[in-house]
Design a binder for this molecule. Sequence first.
Ligand SMILES: Cc1ncc(COP(=O)(O)O)c(C=O)c1O
Ligand SMILES: N[C@@H](CCCC[NH3+])C(=O)O
Length: 436
Amino acid sequence: MNGLIKASDVNQAGHLQIAGVDALELAAKYQTPLQVFDVGKIRQAIRAFKRVFEEEGVDYEVSYASKAFSCLAIYQVINEEGGHTDVVSGGELWTAMKAGFPMDKVSFHGNNKSRAELEMAVDQGVGVIILDNFHEIDLLSQILEEKDASSKVMLRVTPGISAHTNEYIQTGQVDSKFGFDMESGQADRALELVLANPRMKMAGIHAHIGSQIFDVRGFVGCADKLCQLASAWKEKYGYETDILNVGGGFGIHYTDQDQPLPAEEFVRAIVKEVKSKCQENNLKLPAIWIEPGRSIVGPAGFSLYTVGSRKDLPGYPSYVALDGGMGDNIRPALYQAEYSAVVADRPQAEDEERVNLVGKYCESGDILIKSCPLPKTEPGDVVALLSTGAYGYSMASNYNRNPRPAVVFAEDGVDQLVIKRESYDDLIANDLKYQK
Ligand SMILES: Cc1ncc(COP(=O)(O)O)c(C=O)c1O
Ligand SMILES: N[C@@H](CCCC[NH3+])C(=O)O
């Protein structure tokens, strides 16, 4: 039986329910593949982070990393919860803007923001631009001059920490493509440039060590490095930081093998470290910002698929094929990410076999779950993959010209479509016929 399923996830009919709505009804109403979010879980995750900061009595900001899942409705929910958000592209910024998200509560990230994106950020008055490299300092300073404007900025530094996670999602190590290196003097030089620019207001120091991290020591080490840098900058430049932004990356439960701490406990450890290092180094206690993405939307997401074909070959694993796959969830193919699944009309049934749960894409690597324990399934059964809310829809593609799925928000027994399923006409909406 799947350890991610609790009694409250099962209704009286014995079916999987999501925020009180029967998963089979959702599949019938909106068709599959379908992405469903339990909005209450999103709210609870944000509130749990806030509670820790409040208990610890520090200034803070919970900045949702919207690359994990971006659409109008999610920015509305984050705003209702009083959150901040970070965006990494003009497209995410545009979506937040159109959702009515307050621009002064937006941080703009990215390792290669274009001139057009930086201009958009300045024109919209985003709260803070997180500078990643020297090219960007130069570009932003030209733009601010041209527009006779000013902007709050943070500097992203790489603390030289190799977090224990898939190498494609590590970002804090010295040779990362992100941020200013701390050891070689790059970060010092960046600070000198910012402090010398009257149009840039240095708001704080940022680092992000990677994603899906379970070991609290990486975060504590990062907090420690940032405090050391803050102390060195106070001594060398008389600059004392108002904000330490320690990024996101808090690992979540995807399968029974994962035993993460509750995400908010990572934050408690970070806060304690910052408090003690600030006291030791005689620094004022800065506001602490975090940027969780996965831990806010991941556990709230369910992917519903319908079972289709099956291939059995004696002596080999069987394949059970679903009506979605790597186009709506690239993570298993890209990072060997693991998920677990249940059959929606009997989520508590005993497992009877192990099958490779595959998608419908023209790739042998289109395997959503290898050797997945499941009860026997038949074509037409609805299978739910669990904890798929982060980096699923947001990394979706139209590979094989499959339309991207619909997305539904469910809360307090009510479901609502928040992203329509793409149609075949949507797929050709930007195509132009070749004329010779
Ligand atoms: C700068 C930054 N902040 C926050 C995040 C969010 O990470 P996660 O979704 O693992 O919490 C990311 C993604 O890894 C990131 O690059
Ligand atoms: N997209 C990645 C995480 C990278 C986050 C971006 N810095 C994942 O699915 O795990």
